[in-house]
Every structure is written in structure tokens, then in C-alpha cells.
Design a protein around this ligand. Structure first.
Ligand SMILES: [Cu+2]
Length: 115
């Protein structure tokens, strides 16, 4: 019984040491227009909630997605939308405008998630 309690305490300590579920949220803003993002690199930690505000300053409609984290969302010209998501593993995740041709033209960036 004591062994179980000790093991549980140890596991909780380990989870806390790894960042656990309670990291300070990260707030970032990406300004989008033809055909660029003003912010092309974002760094966050595992289990760190990210609130990304996407401002379409362009003259045409754009869209937004983060590979494996945020599904495609259309953002009309002049519109601002916020997305909140939490990466649960380390890695590099591409974010981009999903309108055909726009990523190739430069509307792309990289989210790096560290332990
Ligand atoms: Cu676009």
C-alpha cells in the first residue's frame, strides 16, 4: 500500500517536472496579407496552450491551418479570428494558408514545440 502511494507521488512529481498540464498560455498574433505572414516562427512547450490570433490584413480571403493541430479555417479579408490549441508532443509543425498557391507564395511558418 505504502509502495503504491510512493509510486503515485513519484509519478505526479515526474509529470510536474515535465511541464504537466499547467503551463503559462502563449499568446501570439499572425498578420496575414498577400502573400506573407509577419510571424514565421513560433516556439512553444509541450502542453502549453497557444492562443493564436490571425489577422487577415489582405485584400482577399485567406485561411489558416496548423498541421495536425488546427484544421483549415477560412478568414475573410479584414477579419480576425483566434484559435486556441495545445500541442501534446515535441516537433515541428507547419502553419500555413490553405488557399491553393498561397503557401507556395510565402504564407507559411513553423511552430517548434520543445519539451
Ligand atoms: Cu492566403
Amino acid at each position: 500500500m505504502l509502495k503504491h502511494i510512493l509510486l503515485t507521488v513519484l509519478l505526479i512529481s515526474l509529470l510536474a517536472a515535465c511541464g504537466g498540464p499547467s503551463r503559462e498560455p502563449l499568446t501570439v498574433t499572425v498578420l496575414a496579407k498577400e502573400m506573407t505572414f509577419d510571424l514565421t516562427t513560433i516556439e512553444a512547450g509541450v502542453n502549453q496552450p497557444i492562443t493564436l490570433t490571425y489577422v487577415n490584413e489582405g485584400l482577399i480571403d485567406h485561411a489558416f491551418a496548423v498541421e495536425g493541430l488546427v484544421e483549415e479555417q477560412k478568414v475573410k479579408s479584414g477579419e480576425t479570428r483566434s484559435f486556441t490549441f495545445t500541442p501534446t508532443r515535441v516537433g515541428a509543425f507547419k502553419y500555413y494558408c490553405t488557399i491553393p498557391g498561397h503557401e507556395m507564395a510565402g504564407m507559411t511558418g513553423r511552430l517548434t514545440v520543445t519539451p
